[in-house]
Design a protein around this ligand. Structure first.
Ligand code: H2U
Ligand code: ZN
Length: 355
């Protein structure tokens, strides 16, 4: 195998003679162009680490101290309305502001560029305790509709709109009230730019849409499938770095959130509830993760190479409290995993997601 080169166009051919369930090997993330080390034999080693029971959860539907609950004051004193569905507000402490007055210039050593944008917070519902799998289908559909309409509105003024949810204290989420965020920027962020380049390269060298090919191949292989419906396929991707990472891919030929048809949005609300229910049941805990959408940037030269998809990056490895750390070799060399993506998919697939 061409382990030292990044000639990834032939990687699928060279894995045929590798026993990927037993021996250390590397897999290529075709979306980023980065390799991953897989060490399946290590998953068998004895485990004597800490496995504490799940953390107690906030199960009250209204918390008078919460900055996101209806009718409460936020950190800057502004009062939330008595909202009944979703509620969107401009982040009081935005990472990006509309005015672009950053540095620019000629310094070859210490480079910088201005950055402007907007940041929104999206409260999924008035209920302080209900996360995505605990909301009704029609409530999750409202969240999907907000993602699409805000991506559309902000996409008219900005180069890229990043929709995401950061969930759980373990992920540094500052509020237990279920919510997500939307950051729009006048630049295409690093990871999205890499995916844009990789997908464009695939289209120009192979003549097909990369993620359309992945969908087709995964349907045939089946081993990495977690869930599916008429419009969506959820897999633990071949190149997953996080133990229970999921890639949720649109089956329809769609490159952006606003491009989603009504039926696909409804089907998305359904599969989102099922995926997150599987996660919660895996370790009997409200499963922490960062998830978010990747879509063709408005400024992409190759929107036709894109397929809309969401990444779920959950940190948990063995229990509600034992997480994977991306440290050591991973920080200094490249990501590594023991449990194979196929084993992770099998475990998630075996869970009953019915709500
Ligand atoms: P997390 O998604 O990481 O929990 O962040 C919540 C965001 O909500 C965070 O960006 C914002 C924070 O700035 N926020 C407000 O805008 N107003 C508040 O009163 C509380 C939190
Ligand atoms: Zn709340």
């Amino acid at each position: 195998m061409s382990g030292h080169s990044t000639d990834w166009t032939h990687v699928t051919d060279s894995t045929a003679d590798l026993d990927i369930s037993e021996h250390p090997h590397r897999r290529l993330n075709l979306l980023t162009g980065e390799w991953l080390l897989v060490s399946p034999h290590r998953a068998k080693r004895p485990w004597r680490g800490d496995e504490t029971p799940p953390l107690p959860r906030d199960l009250i539907p209204y918390d008078p101290e919460c900055h996101l609950c209806p009718g409460n004051s936020r950190a800057n004193g502004v009062r939330n309305p008595d909202y009944e569905n979703t509620y969107v507000f401009a982040n009081d402490f935005p990472a990006l502001t509309a005015e672009s007055r950053g540095p620019g210039g000629e310094d070859a050593l210490f480079r910088a560029m201005p950055a402007a944008g907007e940041a929104l917070v999206v409260c999924f519902s008035p209920d302080h305790s209900r996360t995505l799998p605990e909301l009704e289908q029609h409530q999750v559909k409202r969240v999907v509709d907000i993602w699409c309409s805000e991506a559309d509105r902000l996409g008219r003024s900005y180069s890229y709109v990043q929709v995401f949810e950061n969930k759980g204290a373990m992920m540094g989420c500052s509020s237990p009230h279920p919510h997500g965020q939307i950051w729009a920027s006048d630049f295409v962020p690093t990871q999205v730019a890499a995916e844009d380049a990789r997908q464009a390269e695939w289209l120009s060298t192979r003549g097909s849409v990369l993620l359309a090919e992945v969908v087709e191949r995964e349907e045939r292989d089946e081993v990495r499938i977690v869930d599916r419906n008429a419009h969506w396929l959820a897999i633990v991707p071949w190149w997953a770095a996080w133990p229970f990472e999921i890639l949720l891919i649109a089956r329809d030929d769609v490159a952006t959130l606003p491009g989603l048809a009504e039926e696909a949005r409804e089907a998305l609300a359904s599969i989102l509830r099922r995926i997150t229910a599987r996660y919660d049941r895996l370790f009997s805990t409200s499963f922490p993760y960062s998830m978010g959408w990747h879509q063709a940037p408005g400024t992409s030269d190759n929107p036709e190479a894109w397929r809309l998809h969401a990444h779920f990056y959950p940190p948990l490895l063995r229990s509600a409290s034992v997480r994977k750390f991306m440290v050591g070799y991973e920080m200094l060399a490249e990501p590594q995993r023991d449990l194979t993506p196929e084993q992770a998919a099998e475990r998630l697939r075996a869970i009953d997601p019915d709500l």
